[in-house]
Design a protein around this ligand. Sequence first.
Ligand code: HEM
Length: 444
Amino acid sequence: FNSLANPRSRKQLPPGPKPLPIIGNFLEFGDKPHKSSARLSKSYGPLISLKLGRVTTIVVSSPIMAKEVLQVHGQFFSNRPILDSARASNHVHLSIISLPVSTLWRELRKICNVHLLAARVLNANMNLRHNKVEELLCDVRKSAEAGEAVEIGKAAFRASLNLLSTTFFSMELADTNSNTVREFKETVRGFIDELGKPNLADFFPFLRKIDPQGIRRRTDFHFRKMLDLFDCIINERLQLREVSGSVKDNDILDTLIDMMVIGEEKSAHDQIDKTIIEHLLLDIFAAGTETTSSTLEWSMAELLKAPEILSRAQAELKQVIGKGNQVKESDITRLPYLQAVVKETLRLHPAAPLMVPRKAENDVEVCGYTIPKDSQLLVNVWAMGRDPNIWENPHKFMPERFLKLNIDVLGHDFELIPFGAGRRICPGLPLATRMLHLMLGSLC
Ligand code: HEM
């Protein structure tokens, strides 16, 4: 695997199926691209190239190759291709997800890492999440007492959204106005659905102007609604501050507003204004809700299919926390089996099976092949999680495997990277893992 072995002049694309004229390999790629590219990798190897319309797409599906592109050559794959839907509401120029590595992107990452999602901040607001989980349990109990089935997917989405909004806005959003909560949920769902649809304009850039499926237009509508909502929340808090003098909640919303005010005074964060904060919140809610709730839903589905695993998780909870006591985030480190259940869920059902696309900034030589400049790079996390060369009984849900393995999801162990790796690794990882363990432990 000497990535510099081949002379630069011999540009050789990684192997892959022959593309058809115009559509390229769209038919092979299909509507379950993580599964189809896993199948193709069996014939062509762990580094394959496909042509999707006009876009050269490289799919990586082994930990060694993932390390090559995300770590060894990470600096050339640190940006992302721009989805046409991200152009809605001018989001692309302010979005932490879409921005290339730049001063603004670094500033936004710093805000996330230091002010929003650092352990110190998450410890300070964990009681808010504990209260919200109690509400989830109340709803589930009520349904159980009435003999009604609980739709876990719906409950998980609601709970994830509530935990996220309570973390960022304290209690206000969820408590003051239930219409706002409902509208918020519908809007988040709306744009997540749009972002999940394959968009012809991304594969045939000349179609961008006409937005053939109307995805950018509808995304624009949802983005505007969300941005208006964040604007209202910020304005309400600013008014509250005016009424109560300098009294503050000292929560994340206050921190963000302080940054904005400092921004107006052009000191430390002189790039950060209200618009940027609103777009950052938009990304956080887009990236943090469906991912967390679908992972929780899969965990519950796997546990309900395997009662002996559920019993073992319950026994651990009973022993460590005591029956009837509330699970707290501070208990997670003492619950190795629960942690193993979450890892096993992320191995089999990563919320982003092909990670979030990256883009090659230059021609890059990897293991004797050339990944051409501007091609899109996908890392098949789903295929690596099910690779029999890496995992024993790869398709079986066996949390106990992680009790023996020293593997975590923090981006160092390339066989398990559900949150990505390298400089664009998911900044929400610390909050996502807290929410997942808290909700799953509580439901168990
Ligand atoms: C189970 C839950 C989650 C999973 C599996 C997940 C997974 C991912 C993945 C795979 C990436 C791309 C990483 C890369 O390119 O290396 C990502 C990026 C991102 N995630 Fe998450 N995520 C989750 C929850 C969250 C939460 C709760 C938040 C916010 C609080 C969040 C915010 C973000 C943001 C802002 C990015 C873009 C970072 C950038 O491009 O610089 N995620 N996530």
